[in-house]
Design a protein around this ligand. Structure first.
Ligand SMILES: [Zn+2]
Length: 481
């Protein structure tokens, strides 16, 4: 292999990075990189375990003088997001990434680089191979499919670990460490409705032009949810003049804030409906943040679009549910300023024949709060006569008021960088929540990393010097523990 980063040190760190770039390792395609980890463990006489999804655990004994200390878990994910520019020919199943360096940053030509989370992989490998590093017993876990299903973290057999502290290496900023994340669950409301032959005129209402965003990270941004906007319009109109709903469709992902929503209704006085909708739209427009300024509401004739519509009672059940389902910020954290602790996002509504489905995703960093909001949803479902199903629940990582690992990171970071790091909580799911919960909730941890910009895009790049800094800080933490 032709190495292009040989002038960077510590050499092993960069050499491993180049080696993993040569092995395709998109989510679900981790067999090759797992083979590489196992060969690495054998070459270094290290104990290892590989499970059937290709998670790999490599253990290393404590260095001299550290034998009586409890083990430390180091962890990151071995998979990467596979994105490329349209004009680039690249097969993520078989081709090596074509990496190049520019002004101290590493890129891959026209594709994602996999700095997320290659930095974790190489930091773990470098300390495992380093005969001079000082540290307690190490348990290094390389998980799979973090970018898709998190099945690696959820299915791993944690009885193989004994660690009492934890360093997750999946952060994209050197000076910002993550110390809490949200858990979540997918909920599906399903209505079976009665239809009748239409008698009046049909109109289609279209809400569009909203900015949308991530259902967790952007939930406190003030950006409006197109389905909720539609709910207000339908609710407001029904109060003035009841109508029969024909269909309502909006959003396409449960974990995104919907940008558009469409409803078709059958109503006695079309002209009056238009006036009411227009005045409701004006009220909504006044409350919008600047990102949502392209907001528009259209009303079009839709006669002939359907012979049937839902009865008044069923129409009212659906629009009531859309209006009362918790959406947006539910509660802010009292331990970390500015952090959304609990939220919910109504991400998708769809109508197929006489079935209306609503998909939503509540999140919370506090398990009991997630239980609370799920119970509320169950009760709402009962009241409006919908079936509710919950799926794929994963736990959060509650902010620990006291944390030795957090203090240690701050101390080692300050020693190397001359400033203090920022501690952040993310209102989204990361593997830490799953791992800490699976280990009994007692694991004291921090999530750290190097500077990786534009992750999940073909412009992804890694600041090479920040990787050496992140590694030095991690070694210092292990030595000080
Ligand atoms: Zn990642």
């Amino acid at each position: 292999m032709n190495y292009i980063l040989s002038n960077y040190s510590p050499n092993a760190l960069y050499r491993y990075f180049e080696e993993i770039c040569a092995i395709p390792h998109g989510s679900g395609n981790e067999k090759g990189i797992a083979d590489y980890f196992c060969k690495f463990a054998e070459d270094n006489n290290l104990e290892y375990y590989r499970d059937n999804v290709h998670n790999v655990l490599i253990k290393k004994n404590a260095s001299v003088g550290y034998e009586n200390k409890p083990a430390v878990l180091l962890q990151g994910h071995s998979d990467m997001v596979c994105e490329k520019n349209n004009d680039v020919i690249h097969n993520f199943e078989t081709d090596s990434l074509k990496i190049y360096e520019k002004d101290g940053w590493l890129y891959a030509e026209g594709t994602t680089l996999g700095g997320d989370d290659g930095i974790a992989v190489v930091m773990m490998m470098a300390v495992l191979a380093d005969k001079n590093a000082k540290h307690p017993p190490l348990e290094c876990l390389f998980t799979v499919q973090e970018e898709t299903s998190m099945v690696g973290a959820t299915s791993f057999d944690y009885s193989r670990l004994s660690a009492k502290s934890f360093i997750n290496l999946d952060c994209e900023h050197l000076d910002r460490a993550t110390v809490s994340c949200a858990g979540g669950v997918r909920c599906n409301f399903s209505f079976e409705l009665d239809s009748y032959k239409v008698q009046n005129s049909s109109v289609k209402i279209t809400v569009k032009g909203l900015a949308g965003g991530h259902s967790g990270m952007d939930i406190n941004s003030g950006k409006q949810n197109a389905i909720i906007v539609m709910a207000k319009i339908l609710g407001g109109l029904y109060e003035k003049m009841p109508f029969n709903l024909i269909s309502v469709n909006g959003g396409n992902k449960v974990n995104a804030i919907p940008r558009e929503c469409e409803a078709v209704i059958n109503i006695f006085d079309k002209k009056y409906a238009k006036e009411v909708i227009s005045s409701l739209a004006d009220k909504i427009r006044k409350q919008l943040v600047k990102e949502d300024k392209k907001f528009s509401v259209r009303v079009d004739n839709a006669n002939g679009i359907s012979d049937t519509a839902f009865c008044f009672k069923d129409t009212y059940r659906v629009i009531s549910a859309l209006n009362i389902i918790p959406n947006g910020v539910y509660e802010m954290s009292r331990s970390l300023e500015g952090l959304v602790e609990t939220s919910s996002n109504l991400g998708v509504v769809s109508t197929e024949n006489n079935i209306v489905n609503m998909y939503l995703m509540p999140r919370s960093s506090v398990e009991a709060k997630l239980d609370e909001i799920v119970m509320k949803l169950d009760m709402i479902a009962k009241l409006v006569g919908a079936k509710i199903v919950h799926d794929d629940r994963y736990p959060g990582w509650e902010y620990a008021p006291k944390s030795k690992m957090r203090d240690l990171y701050e101390q080692c970071f300050e020693k190397r960088m001359g400033s203090k790091p920022i501690f952040e909580a993310v209102h989204a799911g990361v593997e830490c929540g799953i791992i800490i919960t699976a280990m009994g909730g007692e694991l004291d941890g921090v999530s750290v990393g190097a500077n990786v910009n534009n992750i999940h895009t073909p412009d992804e790049c890694l600041e090479l010097s920040s990787l050496a800094d992140a590694y030095a800080i991690m070694l210092d933490m292990l030595e000080t523990l």
